[in-house]
Design a protein around this ligand. Structure first.
Ligand SMILES: [Zn+2]
Length: 596
């Protein structure tokens, strides 16, 4: 690996010239023309009446995939330009141009689903068996099944239009409520009004007095907006329930489970294993309270830091460490990471005008990825870097697949990333010489399980119960707060001294409309990758190939089929999930032993 590494990424090889790139302009022009051609082709398409006439749709399927891939390429490129320089007006213009193209494309794509929908079962079977189409059979059948489970195309398209000012309208209204939130904060300079985002950051303050005082005001502020939030949440849920009723869907979890390509049984078995593991988490939280000099932790203390991590890791060193740790698990993963470092795929420079946060994007046309973050040398930065490299590796394994097959669900989207992160964070814990440092690193790992097993569990319990109640009628703000607190108490096994009743109002995730139940897929993803890591530890070098093959299939099968095919595991049985939980409990036991 070459050193010193570049701190900035290289986008010129994707399209030269940044936001005024003539090549990118040309690319967009061609894409727009091709989407228009696609529109005409789909409009002229009819459902095939026999196997022979399915062949005429091959070119439509090809163009659909090609446009979809180029839309991703374009949208990621514009996104990267905006992230590296928030002042880049050209990037904003390009992003909105791509958004417009995408909206047009999605309309065409759902029209094509109709062609699939109307194809008879007999023709369908022959169509999907054709060697040219067979690799796409899973994705195409999924689209057809979904289209068949919906209302008529006319009603669906009306619902889609009504959703703009109804469903999505309520979601946008929530943003307005958040924007109006003001929370008073006193410091040396006097009292100032903080936005919700600013106040939220203060909830993490190292000083327990500061975060407690802020939490009180935080609850109060959301209490003041609770009636507006309750209206919003009720109408959002009401819209969703009406739509489901129109489609004949009884289970409110049907849509999110379908999107995540997993069964209700799998979800139940996973939660059950997690619930049984909670005594260990309770011991951890009780010990943490003791270490912080408290009788019991309040909601706002759960994420307070224990131990101290002071060491700064230079970027070049971090890169070397990551590659070394990856190599112990898989030479292919290590070589890939080296390639990403050597070819300047990673943007880490600490400079103004850069967007906060981290992400990884893939360019299907270039078959390359780019990673974006700000590196300041903390152990958590190193984990983030490994995490994003994991995402890039997942894309790399998929980049020779047809575009339709590169699309994976949220619950497996974080598999490769979390896996890569755990390889590195485990090694960090083992290598830490200073006990305070070791404790801080170990605690950071355990914190993840508290978030996924308790906090997210509370959200899931709340949302499930809220929807049940909402079917009977409106649920007012007091009832929502009571439901929330009850769910939190249950998920945290009553170990906290104080809960967050207005969490349902303050948490954006309950108001998102593009995916319902924006909670359990996080936990599934975490448990899934931890379960895989457990198998990797047990099976050693022989696991790497299985792992690659599994990742390669993430776009073409259900979660259950994925692990059954590649690992011979049945997710309806608790064993795999238990394997994941055991690793976490081992971390907790180490933490308890270190702090005894
Ligand atoms: Zn991620």
């Amino acid at each position: 690996m070459k050193q010193p590494l570049s701190l900035t990424w290289e986008l010129e090889s994707i399209f030269p010239g940044g936001s005024s790139s003539p090549q990118f302009e040309e690319f967009l022009k061609q894409l727009e023309a091709d989407i228009e051609t696609l529109r005409q082709q789909v409009a002229a398409s009819v459902s095939p009446a026999d196997s022979e006439s399915t062949k005429s749709l091959d070119s439509v399927i090809e163009l659909l995939q090609s446009c979809s891939g180029r839309l991703i390429q374009a949208s990621e490129f514009a996104g990267c330009l905006g992230a590296q320089n928030q002042q880049d007006k050209g990037a904003v213009r390009l992003s909105s141009k791509v958004t417009g193209l995408r909206a047009g494309f999605e309309g065409i794509s759902s029209q094509f689903d109709n062609v699939l929908r109307q194809t008879s079962d007999a023709v369908w079977t022959e169509w999907m068996a054709r060697p040219e189409i067979a690799p796409l059979a899973f994705v195409l059948s999924e689209s057809r099944d979904l289209a068949r489970e919906k209302m008529s195309p006319e009603l669906e398209s009306l619902a889609l239009e009504l959703a703009v000012d109804g469903y999505h309208g309520w979601s946008e209204h929530y943003e307005t409520i958040v924007g109006s939130i003001q929370i008073p904060y006193e410091d040396e300079e006097g009292t100032k009004q903080l936005s919700a985002g600013q106040a939220f950051n203060k909830l993490d303050d190292e000083d327990p007095k500061v975060r407690k005082a802020m939490f009180r005001k935080w609850e109060e502020a959301w209490g003041g907006a609770a009636d507006y939030c309750a209206d919003t949440l009720n109408h959002l849920a009401g819209f969703r329930l009406k739509l489901y009723k129109g489609r004949g869907w009884e289970d409110v979890l049907k849509e999110p489970l379908d999107i995540n390509r997993m069964s209700h049984t799998t979800l139940d078995v996973m939660w059950d294993v997690i619930t049984k593991s909670k005594p260990a988490l309770v011991s951890y939280l009780q010990r943490k309270a003791k270490l912080l000099g408290m009788d019991a932790l309040a909601w706002v203390d759960v994420e307070a830091p224990v131990g101290k991590s002071s060491g700064k890791i230079p970027y070049d060193q971090a890169a070397k460490d990551i590659v070394t740790q990856f190599r112990k698990f898989s030479p292919k993963l290590a070589d890939f990471a080296e390639h990403a470092f050597d070819n300047n795929w990673i943007e880490v420079e600490d400079r103004p005008a850069k967007r906060p946060g981290g992400f990884c994007v893939s360019f299907p046309e270039s078959k390359e990825s780019r990673i974006f973050m700000t590196y300041s040398g903390t152990p958590s930065n190193v984990s983030t870097l490994a995490h994003e490299l994991g995402h890039a590796y997942h894309s790399f394994l998929l980049d020779d697949q047809p575009l339709f097959n590169q699309n994976y669900a949220m619950n497996v989207a974080e598999t490769a990333s979390t896996f890569a992160e755990v390889i590195v964070s485990d090694a960090q814990v083992k290598a830490a010489a200073d006990p305070e440092e070791k404790l801080a690193l170990l605690e950071a790992k355990i914190q993840n399980s508290v978030a996924f097993f308790m906090n997210i569990h509370a959200r899931f319990l709340f949302e499930t119960r809220f929807y049940e109640k909402r079917k009977e009628g409106l649920v007012n703000a007091e009832e929502l707060s009571a439901l929330m607190e009850e769910a939190q108490k249950e998920a945290f096994c009553g170990v906290l001294s104080e809960y967050h009743p207005h969490f349902w109002a303050s948490k954006l995730h309950f108001y998102i409309t593009d995916v319902p139940f924006y909670n359990f897929p996080y936990t599934v993803g975490y448990m899934f990758s931890t379960g895989l890591y457990r198998l990797a530890l047990e099976q050693g070098a022989s696991f790497a190939d299985k792992y690659d093959n599994l990742l390669r299939d993430t776009g073409v099968m259900t979660l259950e089929d994925l692990v059954s095919k590649h690992l011979g595991v049945d997710l309806a049985e608790p064993d795999f999930w238990q394997g994941a939980v055991d690793l976490i409990v081992a971390d907790i036991n180490e933490f308890l032993a270190m702090t005894n």
